[in-house]
Design a protein around this ligand. Sequence first.
Ligand code: 13P
Length: 251
Amino acid sequence: MRNRYVIANWKMNLPPEGIGAYLDELGSAPKRDARLIVAPPFVYIPEVVRKGRGIAVAAQNCGDQKSGAFTGEVSAAMLHDVGARFAIVGHSERRNVYKDTDEMIGRRMAMALENGLTPVLCIGEDLRVRDAGGVAEHLSSQIRAVSSDALGLSGEVVVAYEPIWAIGTGRNASGAMVAETVADIRSALQRHWPSSRWDAPILYGGSVTPDNVGDLVANGNIDGFLVGGASLDSRKFLAIYDGLVGRLARA
Ligand code: 13P
């Protein structure tokens, strides 16, 4: 069976309840069948590692070079050194706001794999592409573009399908729509990546809440979630986790 993950992407935010209280709440929840991961801003990674009671930590990005004159970047080796074990790469906010190219994202992914971090590769289409019927082709080209020799290294790679039109909009993709897209992603992995990667876990992200998690789990054919806004509240985040592992939302 594929590994399952529920990742809290805090983006450039902190949980209003405070990092310690947030992690206490997560730490007290019974863990089953899926791994909880928290992705704080870089500078809080050591604190989350220290207080996280075994909860895995992801960086929200990682440098595309080993070291050197790259002001503002943080290398994969440094992130691993302070306790991160996953790195989100290619988030649409990086692609669109900070102009990360497919080439840079491919290098970030390779750096993660070479330094013991599991890359969580984000892919997704905007509304224009979806309306034009170009989703499968768009995602396939994002997958092909980041293929490199590093995919032959050991270690897992996780794919996160995050339609741009669903991020932070309150408009999530339906479970049925996600299932169709997951099938497109699997076939693109088979065309463009080595066979060891064809069974990569595929997560969904984009306006996931405790209210829509049921449909996404029942019909989406996914291995977990990458959660933005709702992940800033530990109870909402755990309710999403419970939705995935088939538990009732806690009181
Ligand atoms: P929202 O859950 O706020 O839509 O964000 C999704 C996302 O971008 C997670 O990486």
